[in-house]
Design a protein around this ligand. Structure first.
Ligand code: PA5
Length: 387
């Protein structure tokens, strides 16, 4: 379950109660979201045949390999990576690890990875909606060459899993020509809104109960009003000069979730000279560095704290820290607090869906398209020209 405190640590500069504009905009924003063609993510996956296919393949992969290499970048990897880190132990290495590639272009990294994989049986899941992303292509080609030397064609058909567009792109051609195993990314779901589609679900199914994740997300349409309230509040804060949002976590496991949030908000609303710059901090570590800025620096920031609820009898140091920090920062930096009842798959599913809605509402309040990313395409284009 999620609960929200958008009031206690907010400065008086923003007040939304009885605000006509809030209600007027709400109607049009909800309508715009409904009319958008890129909202496939709103219908949480319920197709039992597909869910079965994902789970069956994931368990085949686990039975026949010692790890799964996931190749992708941006929305095609970030969500899976964030949840993988969130659900795995920081001290006991997972008996079946996910290993990532294609999100960077270091030769040394790929070489080291290949030499690590030499003595291992592994599977590979390459994920790219366009099928043309450079970082992904480079890593895929190198690992494919390596796998071709190691496995027979028959084995490659089991060990290579391609997640891409259902009709177009080089990867789809690879599926057709070589009869590789594949999943289809729905047309109406963009990268950063795709973690609850085959993009994130297949690799995650080797680690967690994806049905619970999906059922949490299904329940989260109940947070529609809260998501709009949060989006509207962000916009109001922005209008008062708060142009940076700091996502704050107190559990190190949530750090990559913040990276996912940064991508979701930055790519959804950072366009046409508008938008709030998302950053993140891990407390209390960062209170001993960036904390100084939040307390006394340029007042352009507001914070959104992701808090995990605690059901013990005793007051927990972490809760005391959150209250104390929000209270101390409040004179200078206002805070929202979003509380998760636990860190289960179900609750994380709710949290993801809540942020999907908020990011889309937020971009619509900024009057930009939440679902395109022309800025990201621009650098890809330039690189392609040069290469
Ligand atoms: O959110 C997005 O759409 C982007 O971050 C893409 O996911 C990213 O650029 C990777 O694109 P592709 O899946 O086409 O390789």
């Amino acid at each position: 379950m999620l609960s929200f405190d958008f009031q206690t640590f907010m400065k008086d500069e923003v007040s939304i109660t009885n605000n006509q504009d809030y209600l007027l905009k709400k109607e049009s924003i909800f309508r715009k979201l409904k009319e958008s063609p890129m909202t496939g993510w709103r219908e949480v996956l319920q197709d039992e045949t597909l869910i079965e296919k994902i789970i069956a393949k994931a368990s085949w992969v686990r039975r026949n390999s010692s790890c799964l290499v996931v190749i992708g970048i941006g929305g095609s990897y970030m969500g899976c990576y964030a949840l993988d880190k969130l659900f795995s132990s920081q001290f006991f290495p997972n008996s079946f690890p996910l290993i990532y590639a294609g999100y960077q272009i270091s030769d040394a990294y790929l070489e080291e990875l290949i030499s690590y994989l030499k003595e291992k049986d592994f599977c590979l899941n390459v994920i790219s909606k366009s099928g043309t992303t450079l970082e992904t292509t480079i890593a895929y080609q190198k690992l494919l060459d390596f796998m071709k030397k190691k496995y027979s064609e028959e084995e490659l058909r089991q060990r290579i899993i391609i997640t891409t567009d259902k009709n177009k792109g080089v990867l789809r051609e690879d599926v057709i020509n070589n009869r590789y195993f594949s999943f289809e990314i729905p047309d109406n779901i963009g990268g950063r809104y795709s973690v609850l589609s085959v993009v994130g679900l297949f690799p995650l199914a080797t680690q967690i109960d994806i049905r619970k994740l999906l059922s949490g997300a299904m329940n989260a349409s109940a947070y529609m009003e809260d998501a709009y309230f949060y989006a509207y509040l962000r916009k109001e804060l922005y209008n008062h000069g708060r142009v940076v949002e700091n996502f704050v976590v107190y559990d190190e496991k949530m750090l990559m979730f913040c990276e996912w949030l940064k991508q979701l908000f930055a790519e959804s609303e950072g366009k046409e000279n508008r938008g709030i710059l998302p950053i993140s901090t891990f407390n209390t570590r960062d209170l001993h560095s960036l904390g100084q800025f939040f307390q006394e620096g340029n007042p352009i920031i507001f914070e959104t704290v992701l808090r995990m609820q605690h059901f013990g009898n005793k007051e927990r140091v972490q809760d005391i820290a959150i209250e104390s920090v929000c209270e101390a920062h409040m004179s200078h930096t206002p805070s929202n607090v979003i509380t998760c009842s636990d860190l289960s798959e179900y609750t994380v599913g709710e949290l993801i869906y809540f942020f999907f809605l908020s990011a889309a509402f937020s971009a619509l309040l900024f009057e930009v398209d939440p679902f395109n990313q022309p800025g990201v395409e621009a650098y890809k284009e330039k690189m392609r020209e040069r290469l």
